[in-house]
Design a binder for this molecule. Structure first.
Ligand SMILES: Cc1cc2nc3c(=O)[nH]c(=O)nc-3n(C[C@H](O)[C@H](O)[C@H](O)COP(=O)(O)OP(=O)(O)OC[C@H]3O[C@@H](n4cnc5c(N)ncnc54)[C@H](O)[C@@H]3O)c2cc1C
Length: 430
């Protein structure tokens, strides 16, 4: 399997395919100069661009993306916007810090919500809450940890047994669950398109234009793309999982592919067997576990499985995803996928982001660790604050800093080794 230097997915993003055809931005074909170049038009890059324009409206701002809006991970994700830290981030010993992080996250969600109100597309963003569920003993253990964290933080939650989960979600697969209201669900491709469409027109956007190299000269940076070069004073690296391929953050961020699938719309009979909640999201209690959704328009979504730096064969992935979905819904007749796709996430060793000025006038926010819709938006905005000499909260203290990792082949061997052990431990959650 080939390792891509920038995203070049085998299949289209299923969420994006449900929307009207997107008119892509031009490819950069002539050399240009710009005050700032933002590499990557996902949540991080768009938030950085928006903020830069607010702070320095006279600057020329250029964005380039290897793909098109909705086809990057920002459109390929599961559409959970979490208001509080994830279960595996959650430690009741660092509550004070978490409260401050959650304040920043909450403010960011409000801004995202605001953008959906004036968007031309329906982003289907609703505060549904989320279910964290466990099917096996390791899942139950981590659910208990999460429960303790919620109790210590005095955060609202409800414990659910198998029968209660079955009534709500139509599956007896899980042994226990925890419902918390602190989550929005959205149609991620509609959301990222909506954010992009509201950017000031003065921001120059190019698509299908990958950065191939980022070269430093005395007073400026040169970004090489397939057809042209950009000369710029400052650079924002917002290409997340692929930053290492540009030689930036390669020791801190690894490229991990995960997979998702959306079913066709289910018929009335199937939907009536799915329980009383008609718009829900399930998060696993183990990081290798499966995420599930039931969408408002009557589909099921499953996200599961991981590969190190390579996208697996989508046919075989599709079979595996269907198997995991049928384990949860064995009685649903005629389950068919409408689409199956992969997406890249930036993984760091300790789950913390790589954020800040990493070289003179070169800024980065990367390493989303599979949860960067809201955090990416926040970090992108703060990165522009930093680059424009504005005061910023102490991101590294609050959210941590990505630890050093060895490069391949050691990293790949390590990832595969840990995956085998963890997959065995958490088999029931996958
Ligand atoms: C299947 C899946 C499910 C997920 N579920 C969730 C979820 O429910 N909730 C959540 O919060 N997060 C989720 N995530 C993670 C989430 O998608 C990311 O955290 C989020 O997209 C990060 O935004 P970003 O802008 O930092 O990076 P990205 O969205 O990855 O955007 C980076 C952009 O950079 C572009 N790019 C890459 N290389 C280059 C280059 N060399 N030159 C130019 N452009 C380049 C890409 O095309 C892309 O558009 C999921 C991810 C996947 C793959």
């Amino acid at each position: 399997m080939k390792k891509n230097k920038y995203p070049n997915y085998k299949t289209k993003c299923g969420w994006n395919s449900l929307l009207s055809i997107y008119q892509s931005k031009p490819i950069l074909s002539d050399d240009i100069t710009s005050d700032v170049v933002i590499i990557g038009s996902g949540y991080t890059g768009l938030a950085a661009a928006k903020r830069w324009f607010e702070l320095s409206p006279d600057d020329s701002i250029t964005m380039i993306d290897a793909s098109t809006i909705g086809e990057g991970s920002s459109g390929r994700n599961s559409g959970f916007l979490l208001e509080i830290a994830l279960a595996n981030d959650a430690k009741s010993t660092s509550l004070k810090k978490l409260v401050r992080c959650n304040q920043l996250i909450s403010k960011t969600i409000d801004k995202i919500k605001q953008a959906t109100l004036t968007a031309s597309l329906d982003c289907k963003m609703h505060r549904t809450g989320t279910y964290r569920v466990a099917a096996g003993s390791s899942g139950l253990k981590s659910l208990l940890n999460y429960q303790r964290f919620l109790e210590a933080s005095k955060l609202e939650h409800k414990i659910l047994n198998t029968d209660q989960l079955n009534e709500l979600l139509g599956t007896t697969y899980y042994r226990q669950g925890l419902y918390t209201p602190h989550c929005y669900l959205a149609q991620p491709a509609a959301l990222i398109r909506s954010i992009a469409e509201q950017l000031p027109p003065a921001i120059q956007r190019y698509e299908n234009t990958p950065a191939l190299e980022c070269l430093k000269s005395k007073s400026h940076w040169i970004i090489k793309t397939p057809q042209a070069k950009i000369k710029t004073k400052k650079v924002i690296i917002a290409n997340n999982a692929f930053c290492g391929k540009l030689g930036i953050g390669s020791h801190r961020v690894a490229t991990i592919y995960t997979y998702a699938a959306l079913t066709e719309k289910l018929n009335k009979e199937s939907l009536s067997s799915l329980g009383t909640d008609n718009n829900w999201g399930i998060l696993p209690t183990h990081r290798l576990g499966s995420t599930l959704r039931r969408t408002i328009d009557g589909r099921l979504m499953i996200r599961s499985l991981y590969d190190y730096d390579k996208e697996d064969n989508i046919k075989s992935i599709s079979k595996k995803l269907m198997h995991h979905l049928k384990m949860r819904y064995p009685n649903l007749p005629e389950l068919n996928f409408n689409s199956v796709w992969s997406g890249a996430t930036g993984l760091t060793l300790n789950g913390a982001p790589l954020w800040g000025e990493v070289d003179k006038n070169l800024y980065i926010s990367a390493g989303c660790n599979g949860g960067g819709v809201v955090k990416g938006t926040l970090f992108g905005e703060l990165l522009s604050d930093l680059a424009n000499n504005q005061p910023t909260p102490d991101v590294k203290k609050l959210f941590g800093q990505a630890n050093w990792m060895p490069l391949d082949p050691f990293r790949e061997i390590g990832f595969n080794f840990v995956s085998i052990i963890e997959k065995n431990r958490a088999r029931a959650e996958i």
